[in-house]
Design a binder for this molecule. Structure first.
Ligand SMILES: Cc1ncc(COP(=O)(O)O)c(C=O)c1O
Length: 373
């Protein structure tokens, strides 16, 4: 039997990307060069958007999005209660208050029917997370935002290539934020990008990523208190080489998801991810829900012994020490987030997984569940 550890995710850097990165090292021009420009152009074309501003991480993308709108103390920002803590953390850092809304157990994204009851006269924005690479119900959210005059920031960290009614996630709201962390669809090690159709916002973010610098009357000046959130040119070379193969990468991820769907949908203790006719998911994470009877953490340990890495999918933010202490949340206040946090399981998914390895994962999972039940 193949005994190698099967990781949850494994980045694949194409030989062309490695060659280009080495050439960047040799050139001595390591930041903000030709590859940053070409990767930004490639992303604009791929997403069908006017501006793409490369940054040092997905968190930087979210942070600059809030800064671009001058979000500050006294403002409230709506966020799904089940996700990675990054969107909530940047809201805290801006001085504003994150207001959590429970998720729908159907798509693990914000429950649209629960948004309006959380809107107050302090609400400034909704951060919509396309969790695990599944599109949230973005059209309905945009309608709510328009009705209440709110900003929409899409956290598409996991959703590069995801579509809602044929349009790419991250291009519906005022700003779209993506991550290039190694667990994402394509990777630059660390990295991120903000996408926008708005010239003014894009110029602001471009300036904020680079200490607030901007050209005025053919001279550079510092017009805003910005940060250094730039991406290096060798990272952009790695990213560009993967972007050129993105159709192949996403197709393979979807094929793997279909395999898991076929093998696991009839297993008694497992709910596989729901498919929606008007949404195309890229499966950054293949996330199953286990029956309440199953001790998920014990299952993770058992699978680890079988050489298979799995993990929880995302956090219920109300359960995290900082948010619990600061806002006095009861864990049960967002029941769908809580259940997903306790019983969700992410399975390995990356293009290099072979059929034999997938069979091994499914077989181990089924045997472990049989032992448990
Ligand atoms: C939903 C979501 N938003 C934001 C981020 C932050 O991205 P990064 O790690 O590139 O800073 C992540 C990272 O996992 C994420 O899952």
């Amino acid at each position: 039997m193949d005994k190698r550890i099967l990781k949850l995710a494994r980045p694949y850097i194409y030989p062309k990307g490695i060659r280009d990165a080495v050439n960047v090292f040799k050139s001595g021009n390591l930041v903000q060069g030709k590859f940053v420009h070409e990767f930004e152009e490639g992303l604009k074309n791929y997403l069908g958007i006017k501006h793409a501003i490369l940054l040092s991480s997905g968190t930087a993308a979210l942070h600059l999005s809030l800064m671009a709108f001058d979000i500050k103390k006294g403002d409230e920002i709506i966020i799904p209660a089940f996700t990675y803590p990054a969107p909530a953390n940047v809201v805290e850092i801006s001085g504003a208050k994150p207001v959590f809304v429970d998720i729908s157990p159907e798509d693990f994204c914000i429950d649209v029917s629960k948004i309006e009851e959380k809107i107050t006269d302090r609400t400034k924005a909704i951060i919509v997370v396309h969790e695990f690479g599944q599109a949230a119900e973005i059209s309905k959210i945009i309608k709510i935002a328009d009705k209440h005059n709110l900003i929409v920031i899409e956290d598409a960290a996991c959703a590069l290539g995801t579509e809602f009614k044929g349009k790419k996630a991250g291009t519906f709201g005022n700003l779209g934020c993506f991550s290039f962390h190694p667990r994402k669809i394509i990777t630059t090690g660390e990295g991120g990008v903000v996408a926008s159709n708005n010239d003014e916002l894009a110029a602001r973010i471009r300036s904020l990523r680079n200490h607030g610098i901007a050209k005025k009357n053919s001279q550079y000046d510092f017009l805003l208190p910005g940060l250094n959130y730039r991406m290096t040119d060798f990272q952009a070379a790695l990213g560009l080489s993967q972007l050129e193969k993105i159709e192949e990468i996403t197709k393979r991820r979807i094929d793997i998801a279909r395999f898991y769907d076929r093998e696991l949908s009839s297993v008694e203790w497992i709910t596989t991810p729901k498919r929606f006719p008007d949404r195309e998911m890229v499966y950054q994470t293949y996330h199953i829900l286990l029956d309440d009877k199953i001790d998920r953490d014990k299952l993770i340990m058992t699978l680890k012994k079988h050489g298979i890495e799995t993990n929880l999918g995302a956090q219920a933010l109300q359960c995290l020490t900082f948010y619990k202490k600061k806002y006095g949340f009861e864990e049960e206040s967002f029941p769908n987030a809580l259940r997903s946090y306790r019983s969700g399981l992410a399975l390995p998914i990356y293009p290099q997984l072979t059929h034999k390895q997938l069979k091994r994962i499914v077989g181990s999972l089924q045997r472990s569940l049989d032992e448990f039940c």
